[in-house]
Design a protein around this ligand. Structure first.
Ligand code: ADP
Length: 617
């Protein structure tokens, strides 16, 4: 294969492989930004939460549940305040660290219930009450009579996915008007630990020794770390009905943060990554947020830059593997890369970092698919080309041996005749000796030219540096080619030749020009003409053209005629014998002389071969 063709081919391969990472990463970023990409990431997140739950830790919170039985015992929803009052009074002696009540007490109830509840609140240490933002952007909050007993009034806004209702994050803060309120669980945490928020920045919140990394600057959203036992059962809880029945259960509330709320199915229920579609009462989610804060092991998002860099690295590695590796090794390494793309989010999650699943996975799979497919086609193309080249090479060898056989037969026949007939007339003997001499020289020249060009192109030989007149060389080539043209009644006209000398290997240059002339004759129908003309080029160059009225070539074929052993379809069909080697040698000779060769051709009309050469200085 010609060097330039090889370069072109390898180049296109590496170009594809080089731009692949950039394309893969762009696609990955776009996909990850689309809602379906985010869905993928969420499911992957839930999967990881289930796969790698955090190590269990001793809980510091408990739920005082208003369950179905409690509601039945206290006469339904209207009895909630009585139930609450009874429950709080029963657990007060156990001295809970804080009590967060997830019941909105925005309106007055019956006089007696409110009095009971007020009494219970007054006996409750570190009471936190609940509020939420109404549509008109004001707080729906406990009436003043209750609020005065609360150390904090927190907000109970839930955050869950619009599509699957899974609660993965919660806003630590909500703002209505100029009033910012912390989440009920966060207030309970602050109250229980005796802390205050010392600092809030767009990235984190600092409360005493605790720094909480947050996902956004406004609502300070954080990811909830659900305690692992929620996979198989509910949050530890005692219902008010159970407490009524066995007041001794109150001991379980000692020094714990207590979350009081309804656990009735179908009211205030969400799902969690663990709950597999089953609903989880909101009060359990609040308690889980408290445990997240108390546990201190927060999940943080991986930086976008790291995610993009990893996706890029995966894709780049794929390119390198397929660009330089071979066969099954590449495929095996590529499979390892896909595994790595899956392992990164898992490894990150094990270290409390949430790594989006889609970008790396997409970059790796997309790159492997494209690189493997393109390599498959490249290998197939190489095989087909190698097979074609082998066939052409065989044909060429047959032709070359045939070409050599003609002078060899003449030499052999003549020498035999001379040996056999001792009394041969002197004139005849001389004629035969001349024939042997010229044919062996022709043979030697043929071999010499082939070898010289091969050695020159392999850099094993220095080119001769003779000075010769171009016009004279062209005329000599035309004289040699004319008898060949006469056979097809094709005339060779020299129109005009440039003056001046060239410097280089005269014999090789003669081979090149002669080859162009014999090709012009060979690939032209009888009774046409071949025109040779030249002119000065700008600077120190000369231009020499050989133009015929022959079979011509397609544009696609023109780009390949300098490849070794390549022949056009038309040339094959013309019945003219050829090897497809000549032009590759011509091109090498011309380039070795610092020149270039160009072709213009039109099928059925003719071709013009132009040599641009440097004049001798
Ligand atoms: P060949 O021995 O086949 O002539 P060359 O290397 O000299 O080998 O030429 C390569 C191919 O280029 C030829 O087989 C032919 O298809 C095409 N070709 C060369 N010269 C001409 C021309 N003057 N007109 C049409 N086709 C040409």
């Amino acid at each position: 294969m010609k060097l330039s063709a090889l370069w072109r081919r390898r180049n296109s391969r590496y170009l594809v492989l080089a731009i692949l990472p950039a394309i893969a990463v762009c696609f990955a970023i776009v996909l990850d930004d689309l809602s379906f990409g985010q869905e993928f990431d969420k499911y992957a997140y839930d999967f990881l939460v289930r796969l790698e739950p955090p190590a269990p830790w001793p809980l510091s919170s408990i739920i005082l549940a208003i369950d179905d039985q409690t509601l039945t015992n206290y006469g339904g929803q209207s009895g909630i305040r009585d139930a609450l009052a009874d429950g709080l009074e029963k657990i007060a002696p156990a001295k809970p660290a804080a009590v967060a009540v997830d019941v909105i007490l925005a309106d007055p109830g019956s006089a007696e219930s409110d009095r009971n509840l007020e009494r219970a609140f007054s006996e409750t240490h570190n009471l936190v009450l609940a509020s939420y933002v109404l549509r008109n952007n004001t707080w729906n909050e406990p009436i003043a009579r209750f609020r005065k007993y609360a150390v904090y009034v927190g907000q109970v806004h839930a955050e869950f996915d619009r599509y699957d209702a899974v609660s993965r994050t919660l806003p630590l803060a909500k703002v209505a008007g100029i009033d910012q309120r912390w989440a009920l669980a966060f207030d309970a945490f602050l109250a229980a630990k005796g802390l205050h928020v010392d600092l809030q920045s767009p990235y984190d919140i600092v409360a005493g020794p605790v720094t909480i990394p947050t996902m956004d600057g406004e609502e300070h959203t954080i990811r909830i770390r659900y305690p692992p036992f929620l996979k198989t059962g509910p949050f530890p809880q005692v219902s008010i009905a159970e407490l009524d029945h066995d007041p001794g259960l109150a001991r379980q509330f000692a020094h714990k943060a207590v979350f009081v709320g309804e656990t009735v199915q179908a009211r205030d229920s969400w799902t969690t990554p663990y709950s597999n579609g089953n609903s989880t009462p909101g009060i359990e989610i609040n308690a889980s947020l408290y445990e997240t804060l108390a546990g201190g092991s927060f999940l943080v998002d991986a930086s976008s830059l790291a995610v993009v860099a990893a996706a890029f690295a995966l894709s780049l590695a794929t390119s390198l593997i397929y660009g330089w590796g071979s066969g099954w090794i590449s495929n095996a390494l590529a499979a390892c890369l896909v595994v790595v793309s899956q392992a990164i989010p898992m490894f990150a999650f094990a270290h409390s970092v949430v790594w989006p699943w889609l970008p790396g996975t997409f970059a790796a799979i997309f790159s492997v698919a494209i690189a493997a497919t393109s390599r498959h086609f490249m290998v197939r193309r190489d095989l087909v080309q190698a097979e074609r080249q082998r066939t052409r090479y065989q044909q060429a060898m047959q032709f070359v041996t045939h070409e050599m056989r003609t002078p060899l037969t003449a030499i052999q026949g003549s020498s035999e005749l001379i040996g056999r007939y001792a009394s041969m007339p002197e004139a005849k003997r001389k004629q035969m000796a001349d024939l042997i001499n010229s044919e062996s020289k022709r043979l030697a020249r043929m071999i010499e030219t082939f070898l010289s060009v091969e050695r020159l192109s392999a850099g094993q030989m220095e080119m001769k540096q003779e000075r010769f007149a171009l016009a004279e060389l062209v005329e000599r080539c035309c004289d040699r080619a004319r008898p060949y043209g006469d056979r097809k009644q094709i005339g060779i006209d020299i129109v005009k030749l440039p003056e001046g000398d060239l410097s280089g290997d005269r014999e090789l240059m003669e081979y090149a020009v002669y080859n162009l002339l014999t090709n012009a004759v060979k690939y032209s129908p009888p009774q046409t003409r071949v025109k040779v003309f030249g002119e000065d080029e700008r600077g120190d160059g000369v231009r020499l053209c050989v133009e015929d009225q022959g079979i011509g070539m397609d544009k696609k074929e023109v780009s390949r005629i300098f490849e070794k052993f390549y022949r056009t379809k038309r040339a094959e069909q013309s019945g003219e014998a050829g090897t497809g080697i000549g032009l590759s040698i011509v091109e090498q000779i011309v380039t070795q002389h610092g020149g270039s060769i160009h072709v213009e051709s039109e099928p059925g009309k003719g071709s013009r071969f132009t040599l641009i050469l440097k004049r001798a200085s």
